[in-house]
Design a protein around this ligand. Structure first.
Ligand code: SF4
Length: 256
């Protein structure tokens, strides 16, 4: 099993990184739909731990997944550049979940009465979505990406960032009796869904808990997240999360 924090610059890890970066998103959404179909056929309703990066990305994922799973939303994002940005994203996500839970109780919210019919599967939100905030441990992130700070967004720094967050999610899922886990990160057109699914499977094997494959951006999933973000007036940050991505964004802005 690949170590969570591989030794930087080793030949073996360089090859591993290149292989991971070469992965392309294909068929992961379909694999996730098959997982749900099997679950529905067997009459199970599983407990899913959903790793969430922010409210806008979570909006469409939660709307879809909560029709089929009992969800606990897990905000574990030590990559976020500073405490105030971290707090803002965590609080906005909690606010969105409160809105969704009001809908579940039949109270009115921005999009009440318009659940997204997905993939022809019939589901219903039966339970309130729970929210768990992981520890904010920026030191763990800096340790994980040490030596890769100057990589561009989408490069080897991100592999380590994804791995850190997915492993923590798998660990929490296994320790707290969840059937499976997944992440909202695949909704972003900026992120490599194949890489995320590969790392998710790796974490699942490590901790002995199932991983739900996904590519949430497909079938207008990303578009839906924009619609929901507008409807609920969600705070949408303009950089991925870490200080390095923030600096990259500032540089691009200044070059315009
Ligand atoms: S750019 Fe985003 S995914 Fe990549 S290391 Fe920074 S926060 Fe993580």
């Amino acid at each position: 099993m690949q170590s969570l924090f591989p030794e930087k610059n080793s030949v073996q890890n360089t090859i591993y990184d290149e292989e991971l970066l070469a992965l392309r998103g294909k068929g992961f959404r379909e694999a996730g739909v098959s997982y749900i179909e099997d679950m529905l056929k067997s009459g199970r309703r599983e407990k899913l731990l959903l790793h969430s990066c922010c409210a806008p990305c979570s909006s469409a994922c939660l709307e879809y997944l909560s029709l089929f799973f009992d969800i606990t939303d897990f905000f574990y994002n030590p990559n976020i550049s500073d405490k105030s940005e971290y707090k803002k994203r965590a609080e906005e996500l909690e606010r969105l979940i409160t809105c969704y839970n009001y809908e579940t109780e039949g109270k009115t919210t921005a999009l009440s009465g318009h659940p997204r019919e997905a993939d022809g599967l019939k589901g219903e939100r039966l339970k309130a979505i729970e929210f768990v905030e992981g520890e904010y441990e920026p030191g763990a992130f800096l340790e994980a990406v040490r030596g890769f700070e100057k990589e561009p967004e989408g490069g080897r720094r991100c592999i380590r960032c994804f791995r850190l967050r997915l492993y923590k999610t798998a660990e929490y899922a296994a320790a707290n009796g969840f059937d499976c886990f997944t992440t909202t990160l695949t909704i972003s057109p900026m992120k490599n869904a194949a890489l995320l699914n590969h790392l998710g499977q790796e974490a699942a094997l490590e901790y002995g808990v199932r991983f739900l494959p996904s590519d949430f951006k497909k079938k207008d999933g990303y578009k839906r997240s924009i619609e929901l973000s507008t409807a609920y007036g969600l705070y949408r940050q303009d950089f991925c999360g870490c200080a390095f991505s923030k600096a990259e964004r500032e540089k691009k802005k200044n070059e315009r």
